[in-house]
Design a protein. Sequence first.
Length: 176
Amino acid sequence: MKNRRNQLVQLGLAVGFGLFVGVSFLCQFAPGVQMGRTFGTTLLAMLGLLPCAFLLIALFETWVKRETIERHLGEGSGMRGYFWVFLLAGFTVGGLYVAFPVAASLAKKGAKLSVILAYVGFAGVCRIPMVMFEVSFMGWLFTVVRMGVAIPLVVLTARLLGAALQRRGYQVEHQY
């Protein structure tokens, strides 16, 4: 019952947003028009990126064995698991749009919760295209200092949060 109510609320919000943007275009309400244009631009970017990303995720799920993920990213992986997800996140294209489905796939294959959390954190702060963009505007020194602070903090936060969630009995659900 609660799931159905959530779906109705989401549908209502989507319809409300669509009506607001539509009326904004008709009345030339500048903030609403800008919201509509921004939404359209973002939607087109996602539609260009996500099908390719989901295809790669499907290939990952098909080709990479669960045992491989468990060995390199599972409970016994130690710091090696964080290194592997740091590399994986660095090459993730599409930001968090792609990082969350990849994280779900890692969870399905048996990766440790703290390693999955670290992957999402690394995908937010350590992607190669983002780092190169940062270097061009802020310089190498800023980027090295930021990465030197961000990487240990992501690992520390992921380990602490993972341990706290496991103590509370948190389990990752696989709904797909």
